[in-house]
Design a protein around this ligand. Structure first.
Ligand SMILES: NC(=O)c1ccc[n+]([C@@H]2O[C@H](COP(=O)([O-])OP(=O)(O)OC[C@H]3O[C@@H](n4cnc5c(N)ncnc54)[C@H](OP(=O)(O)O)[C@@H]3O)[C@@H](O)[C@H]2O)c1
Length: 280
């Protein structure tokens, strides 16, 4: 069984690759520039894949049975073409990283993408994920390091955080028992919904450094990020992601992780303990 892991350089793909490799599964990792990963060439096998460039699809999907599929940020993603090539090459299972509450969000890519995957006829599993804890060391990381603050316009709303290592575990379970998980949708969150004030307090307690959540307005956030040189499109995405949180709509948690794995999902406190070096 050969699994193609897309988004290897991202918050989820990397954890999926680590998890599958640790379990001894045969994987290939898809990146846009395979030559740039010299350091990891001994650990993983890489193949070039650019979702904006259909000429990379056939080669990336050679001898692949299953795919861990993400929809990357950016424009001109040829998602349907990629699914068509996967179908032609007789891929047997796609695990697609989607988002919690996608069924209420017809204006986002994942809504359409789930439909395209179903239509393609390739067996699938959808992982509809909550808000990644790892956002704190990704796009929220710079403000945490430079200004000791969580700077995001999320109001006082709670969020159903999930550790991407737990998403990887779900993917690994589904890959190992494709039939049982075929054509299923799993809504994967942690077991506590938290607001960003609580997250800042946990970071302060664990790291012994004062961290604040400043709860900026959208206007304040936009002004500050533009001044720092962030792109308008990125700012809009961040504002859009956190708008439901502001409205109190992002707090729903599920116990689907525990049902699938028989263990509790990782807690925010453990995540902070594991990643604290990233912010110090
Ligand atoms: N953040 C959240 O809280 C959250 C929650 C639920 C669902 N999601 C979904 O998760 C997905 C993103 O996953 P992530 O956060 O793990 O990714 P990420 O950390 O944002 O990293 C982006 C990845 O996409 C790859 N990529 C970018 N453009 C590409 C292209 N044209 N062709 C091929 N690969 C490309 C990058 O690969 P290279 O650098 O190798 O090119 C990188 O691995 C999105 O669909 C998002 O909606 C996010």
């Amino acid at each position: 069984m050969n699994i193609l892991v897309t988004g290897f350089n991202g918050k989820v793909g990397k954890e999926v690759a680590k998890n599958l490799k640790a379990k001894g599964l045969s994987i290939k990792c898809a990146v846009r520039n395979a030559d740039s990963l010299k350091r990891e060439q001994n650990t993983y096998e890489f193949v070039s894949l650019d979702f904006t460039n259909p000429s990379t699809f056939d080669h990336a999907l050679n001898e692949i049975d299953k795919i861990f599929l993400i929809y990357p940020p950016g424009a001109d993603i040829k998602f349907e073409e990629f699914l068509n090539v996967a179908k032609q090459k007789k891929v047997k299972h796609i695990i697609y990283l989607s988002v919690k509450d996608v069924q209420f969000l017809p204006f986002i890519h994942h809504y359409k993408n789930e439909k395209l995957i179903k239509k393609s006829g390739t067996p699938f599993t959808f992982i509809r994920a909550g808000y990644f804890m790892q956002n704190l060391n990704d796009f929220l990381g710079a403000e945490l390091r430079e200004n000791r603050r969580i700077f995001v316009p999320a109001g006082k709303g709670k969020t159903s955080f999930v550790d991407t290592r737990d998403l990887a575990e779900v993917a690994s379970i589904a890959f190992q028992n494709t039939e049982e998980h075929q054509n299923k949708k799993y809504v994967i969150t942690g077991d506590e919904a938290l607001d960003f004030y609580e997250v800042a307090q946990m970071m302060t307690d664990v790291m012994h450094v004062d961290i604040h959540y400043t709860n900026p307005s959208v206007k304040e956030f936009r002004k500050c990020m533009l001044k720092k040189g962030a792109k308008e499109q990125f700012i809009n995405v961040v504002v859009g992601i956190h708008f439901p949180t502001k409205l109190g709509l992002a707090k729903g948690i599920t116990n689907e992780y525990e049902k699938l794995t028989k263990i509790k999902p990782r807690k925010m406190k453990n995540y902070i303990m594991d990643y604290q070096e990233e912010w110090l």
